[in-house]
Design a protein around this ligand. Structure first.
Ligand code: UDP
Length: 243
C-alpha cells in the first residue's frame, strides 16, 4: 500500500469522508462506521462497517475493472481508505433491480422477492433536501443533470455491473436483489470527461439475500431492526473474499 498525504477534508457524508491529496486528480475516500437510513432520520453505528465496506468495494471494483468497467479506484491506502480519481459527480443515482424489494415493492404493490423478468433500471435525482426523488430522462435533460450520451453510458455500464456482480455472487450463494450506483466525469488528466463508476459497492448500497434461505445480508438488517447487522456484513466478506 502506498503512502499518500491526506489533505483537507472536502466532503463529509453519512458513511464516508473525502480528502484532497497533493495530486489534483486524486482524492482519498475514507469509510466510516456510522450508518443512516430513511434520509438520515435513523442513525447508528455498525462496528467495523467502514473496514468491511472498504474491503468489499476494493474487491468489487477490481473485479469490474478486470471485466471492462472503468471505476474511480486507484488503490487501497489503509483498511478504511481508498485512493480514488477525482470525479465531478453526476447528480443522478442509478438503481438496478433484479428482484422486487424496498421502494419498488411498495410503489408497485409487489410482494418482496418477486423476480423481475429483466433488470429494471431507475434514476433518482441526488438531492438530500428533496429526499432523492425518482426521475426519468426527461427530468434529467430538463434540469441539465446529464446529457443523453452520459445517461446511455451510465445505463450500459450499470447493466454490465449487474451481470458481472450477479454471476460472482451467485457462485457464493448470494442473490443480488438490487443496488445503487453513482457515476462521475473524470475531473482532470488525459482522460478528463470520461465516465467512471464512483462511490462504493457494499451491503450499504446493495441488497444481498442468501440464495437458499433468503436471509438478508445487507443494510436492511439495520433499516428494519432485524439484528445481526455486523455479522451479516462479515458473512458477505467471508463468502466473497474469504477469511
Ligand atoms: N440505495 C442506496 N442509497 C439510497 C437509496 C437506495 O444505496 O439513497 C440502494 C438500496 O440499498 C437498495 C437499492 O438502492 O439496494 C434500492 O433501494 P430502494 O429504492 O428500494 O429504497 P429503500 O428501500 O432502500 O429506501
Amino acid at each position: 500500500m502506498a503512502k499518500v498525504t491526506r489533505g483537507e477534508l472536502i466532503y463529509e457524508g453519512k458513511a464516508k469522508r473525502v480528502y484532497n491529496t497533493p495530486d489534483d486528480g486524486l482524492c482519498i475516500m475514507e469509510f466510516k462506521d456510522s450508518a443512516t437510513a430513511f434520509n438520515g432520520q435513523k442513525r447508528g453505528e455498525i462496528q467495523d462497517k467502514g473496514i468491511l465496506n472498504a474491503l468489499l468495494s476494493v474487491h468489487f471494483f477490481n473485479l469490474l475493472e478486470k471485466n471492462g468497467v472503468p471505476t474511480h479506484m486507484v488503490e487501497p491506502l489503509s483498511e478504511r481508505e481508498l485512493l480514488v480519481r477525482r470525479l465531478a459527480i453526476v447528480p443522478v443515482e442509478l438503481v438496478i433491480r433484479n428482484i422486487a424489494a424496498g421502494s419498488l415493492a411498495k410503489r408497485l404493490g409487489l410482494e418482496e422477492g418477486v423476480p423481475m423478468p429483466f433488470p429494471i433500471v431507475e434514476m433518482y435525482y441526488k438531492r438530500d433536501d428533496l429526499g432523492d426523488p425518482m426521475i426519468n430522462r426527461n427530468h434529467a435533460r430538463a434540469l441539465d443533470l446529464a446529457g443523453d450520451t452520459e445517461l446511455d453510458r451510465m445505463e450500459s455500464l450499470g447493466l454490465m455491473v449487474n451481470s458481472i456482480l450477479r454471476k460472482e455472487l451467485a457462485g457464493v450463494g448470494i442473490e443480488l436483489v438490487d443496488f445503487k450506483l453513482e457515476f462521475g466525469l473524470e475531473a482532470s488528466g488525459p482522460n478528463s470527461g470520461r465516465i467512471l463508476l464512483g462511490d462504493e459497492i457494499s451491503p450499504d448500497t446493495c441488497r444481498f439475500w442468501d440464495t437458499a434461505t433468503k436471509e438478508k445480508l445487507d443494510k436492511d438488517r439495520f433499516r428494519r431492526d432485524l439484528g445481526g447487522v455486523e455479522e451479516a456484513y462479515r458473512e458477505v466478506v467471508r463468502r466473497v473474499i474469504g477469511g
